[in-house]
Design a protein around this ligand. Structure first.
Ligand code: 4AD
Ligand code: MG
Length: 477
């Protein structure tokens, strides 16, 4: 008999038919009631067995974590909380699970920190089942959003020789030996002997290649893994994260902000419409976690309420200069409560960003026109000579979720800025060629995928929204 997913049985609520179900035992009560889960939804299916007519050895092997293949009949459930259950007629044990050894057997709720150490098993918990179903839904919604708008999904390279952000936070890719490394006469490494016959690294961003595509296809996006060797041990940074980067010819910075706001709202709405059960579970989880915090640190809204609020309100749009003014007028600034000082020209710290979105505006904020000295070489220079057409979106509880800009399309200005910032112009002839051959105004941004998953699921630590996080000192699994 073909397998039926638990989700289909629980959603249809029909009774009186034969099914085959397969999954893992979450719990087994009174030698009679199995709570079975197959990951297709949050809820477990209750399977009732007749202990009198079940092999004694098998009864002992039905323990949390064991995998079963069950034939039975769907019947109306006399118990509360579920419309239907399955009356088992035959049970096959796929794989047993020794309760002595099984780490998820613990009676006490395992902490998120502990579950991170057993990330290979944490998918089997309600929390991580919900997080990864929501992550999937958001990824699907991203592709649907761009596809419906006619964007071309461009696969930009993962191995590259350029540093898109010019920040030097790259992982090297090489096949050279560590001992006996081939060297030039001056002692430097001879990359001519390396696999690519030049130095190569993992990409920090697909933007520059996406720009090349946009100069012919008009609207493109990338959605792939990116890598940063920055030594940031925070709840917002990963060494390997996924980024969505649209790049659009003929767009200016305002079109860019509109596109980002539309994308964020679209994918949040998609999750609200399609992952209600998971989001409600995550909302309860978060509410319980918040109860441990002092009153003044708790958020004013529940998770679902927060997401609906974001959908139904325009993002605030301010310039960097306005943001600095707001900060300098703020109570924490006047009472010297900020750890980092505020003045025009600073790269805002997370305490500043959080004040703006959580205390002052109480919603997502688009900040534009940052000082050129704290931003990348490719951003379009404004007429004031001090700022660039940069655009960051800050979200409550997260901080920076989107970073983007209108691009410098003027060859002379771009070349000059690259020289000022020591970006090699000869090596990047291909980038400059787009400015020589039919250059047009264009703009794009990068949305950190894990940060939006954090925002939607309410998970406090970025390590809990990617299956196998890579952070400084951690490369397990
Ligand atoms: O602001 P960033 O560095 O911008 C770029 O990479 C541009 N090339 C994007 C573009 O214009 N096409 O990164 C973009 C976003 C950030 O706003 C943040 O959400 C996320 O990527 N991000 C990270 N997420 C997790 N871990 C890290 N180490 C991250 N660094 C950036
Ligand atoms: Mg940024």
């Amino acid at each position: 008999m073909a397998r039926t997913k638990l989700k289909d049985i629980l959603q249809s609520e029909k009774a009186d038919y034969q099914v085959n179900v397969r999954g893992w035992v979450r719990s087994f009560r009174n030698n009679q009631f199995i709570a079975l889960n197959d990951g297709s939804c949050m809820a477990n299916l209750q399977v009732v067995i007749d202990p009198e007519n079940t092999d004694e050895q098998l009864l002992k092997q039905i323990t949390a974590g064991a995998a079963l293949n069950i034939n039975g009949t769907v019947i109306e459930s006399p118990a509360k909380g579920q419309k239907v259950e399955v009356k088992a007629e035959s049970i096959e044990l796929y794989g047993e699970c020794n309760p002595e050894d099984y780490p998820l057997q613990l009676k006490n709720r395992p902490s998120l920190e502990y579950l991170r150490e057993i990330a290979h098993l944490r998918f089997r918990t309600n929390t991580f089942g919900a997080v990864f179903r929501v992550r999937h839904a958001l990824a699907y919604a991203v592709h649907k959003f761009f596809n419906d708008k006619g964007f071309v999904y461009l696969h930009t390279p993962i191995i590259t020789a350029s540093d898109a952000e010019g920040a030097g936070e790259m992982f090297k890719v090489t096949t050279l030996p560590f001992d006996n490394t081939p060297r030039n006469e001056d002692g430097t490494v001879n990359f001519k002997e390396d696999f690519f016959e030049r130095a190569a690294n993992l990409t920090v961003s697909g933007q520059l290649e996406a720009e090349l595509g946009a100069m012919a296809l008009s609207e493109v996006y990338t959605f792939g893994p990116t890598f940063r060797a920055e030594n940031s041990n925070t709840a917002r940074h990963l060494a390997e994260f996924w980024m969505i980067e649209p790049e659009v010819a003929f767009n200016d910075i305002h079109d860019n902000a509109d596109l980002a706001e539309e994308l964020l709202k679209y994918i949040i709405k998609y999750a609200l419409d399609n992952n209600r059960e998971d989001l409600e579970f995550l909302a309860d989880r978060l509410a319980n976690e918040e109860k441990q915090k002092p009153q003044n640190e708790r958020s004013e809204m529940g998770l679902v309420e927060k997401l609906e609020f974001v959908l139904n309100n325009d993002f605030e749009r301010i310039t960097y200069t306005e943001a600095i003014d707001v900060l300098m007028q703020s109570k924490p600034y006047k009472k010297k409560k900020f750890k980092f000082d505020v003045s025009w020209g600073i790269d805002m710290q997370s305490e500043h960003e959080r004040y703006l979105v959580e205390k002052h505006y109480k919603k997502p904020v688009v900040v534009t026109d940052y000082p050129k000295d704290i931003k990348a070489f490719y951003m379009r220079q404004n007429d004031d000579g001090k700022t660039v057409a940069a655009m960051d979106i800050l979200a409550p509880g997260i901080g920076e979720i989107v970073g983007g800009s209108q691009r410098e399309e003027r060859l002379d200005k771009l070349t000059q800025r690259m020289q000022e910032m020591d970006i090699p112009t000869e090596e990047m002839y291909w980038y400059l060629d787009t400015r020589k051959f039919g250059t047009v105004p264009h703009a794009g941004f990068g949305l950190g995928f894990e940060r939006i998953v954090q925002f939607v699921t309410g998970m406090g630590n970025i390590r809990d929204v990617i299956p196998f996080p890579r952070t400084p000192g951690n490369c397990e699994f």
